[in-house]
Design a protein around this ligand. Structure first.
Ligand SMILES: NC(=O)c1ccc[n+]([C@@H]2O[C@H](COP(=O)([O-])OP(=O)(O)OC[C@H]3O[C@@H](n4cnc5c(N)ncnc54)[C@H](OP(=O)(O)O)[C@@H]3O)[C@@H](O)[C@H]2O)c1
Length: 318
């Protein structure tokens, strides 16, 4: 990795900033642009940037991201912005002669009735969850774009564009918006508010029985760097050219009730948790099969409890 020039698209986001934290202690040159300097929705600007900047590797961690409420309320923004950002970056990188790129997707690419644990081969075997279908379709488009570029130009242009699909992520720099956030930041926000306002209870939507998997963002950044730098022979032996994306999860899931109890303890809220069972639960289980990335030599290092404690520390500082 010595002296590599690495562009991180979305370096200010939760995953992008974890990539910056990990990569900046290695002997590499990081290239970053904020949205004012380079709006990734602007095709010509993106192409000019890649044409005039010497880059060895691209981490594509820029995206429009949000929870169920945001996905349901702004479906046009989610499909348009994600398709545009990833298309501009992948095609721009190709035109700029960049050989290595890692596209970050999400576990919502899988059908809602996928077999559990969800193997990579479950992609495109059934209907998607309706709430985030536009976002998922964009992400599937990103995977298929990388695969198609590899298939058409892999040999002639020596390009190697890979895709990594993380489970639910959490950690420092998460989005704590009361309506637009994911489950962990939303619960941290609500337990913290209940603690400082001396409330007697926190109400959580659903029955608390669905199970979910969570990965600390620094583990995700480590997995991304690991996959990006895996030698081509090892990588191509394990993946098919039209099913080349790689799952990354923590390998453990838990119920929303257990998650809520753990966050309550980490935050130090002394009141009760009530479940509003008239509200929808969502899928009963969403658990990734992470054997491929594990076989490539990656294992997560941060436990949920430690990760939540670090995340709450970061939240309390902000
Ligand atoms: N968070 C999760 O639980 C999760 C789970 C699975 C997969 N992922 C994937 O991981 C990736 C990163 O997610 P994240 O949680 O780090 O998201 P995030 O915190 O919202 O960060 C996204 C980044 O993209 C940048 N960005 C968005 N639109 C842009 C544009 N038009 N031009 C330039 N920059 C733009 C944002 O810039 P600003 O700072 O200017 O807004 C921000 O830095 C995404 O592909 C997401 O799908 C996330």
């Amino acid at each position: 990795m010595q002296n590599l020039k690495i562009f991180i698209a979305g370096h200010k986001g939760m995953v992008g900033s974890a990539l910056v934290r990990l990569l900046q202690i290695q002997n590499v040159e990081l290239i970053t642009k904020n949205r004012k300097e380079l709006d990734l929705l602007k095709q010509q600007d993106v192409q000019d940037f890649f044409k005039h900047t010497k880059i060895d590797q691209v981490y594509l961690a820029a995206a429009k991201v949000g929870g169920i409420y945001a996905n349901n309320t702004y479906p046009a923004d989610f499909i348009y912005q994600n398709l545009m950002i990833q298309t501009n970056v992948i095609h721009g990188a190709f035109l700029g002669g960049i050989k290595k790129l890692l596209f970050l997707g999400s576990s919502c690419i899988y059908p809602k009735d996928a077999n559990q644990p969800i193997k990579e081969e479950e992609l495109l075997t059934g209907k998607l969850e309706t709430t985030n279908e536009p976002y998922a379709i964009a992400k599937i488009g990103g995977i298929k774009m990388c695969e198609s570029y590899n298939r058409q130009y892999g040999k002639s242009h020596n390009i190697d564009y890979r895709c990594i699909m993380p489970t639910n992520l959490y950690g420092p720099g998460d989005n704590y918006h009361p309506e637009n956030s994911h489950v962990i930041p939303a619960l941290i926000y609500r337990f913290h508010e209940a603690k400082v306002n001396n409330l007697s209870k926190v109400i959580i939507w659903g029955t608390g029985t669905p199970k979910r998997e969570f990965l600390y963002v620094d583990d995700m950044a480590r997995a991304s760097i690991h996959l990006m730098n895996l030698d081509k022979k090892t990588y191509s032996e394990q993946v098919a050219s039209m099913c080349s994306h790689i799952n990354v999860g923590s390998g453990q899931d838990l119920t929303i009730k257990d998650l809520a109890e753990t966050i309550k303890e980490v935050v130090g809220f002394k009141g009760a948790i009530h479940f509003n069972t008239t509200k929808p639960d969502g899928p009963l289980r969403k658990f990734l099969d992470s054997k491929r990335i594990n076989n490539f030599g990656f294992k997560p290092a941060v436990s949920l409890k430690d990760g939540l404690a670090k995340t709450y520390q970061d939240y309390s500082k902000s």
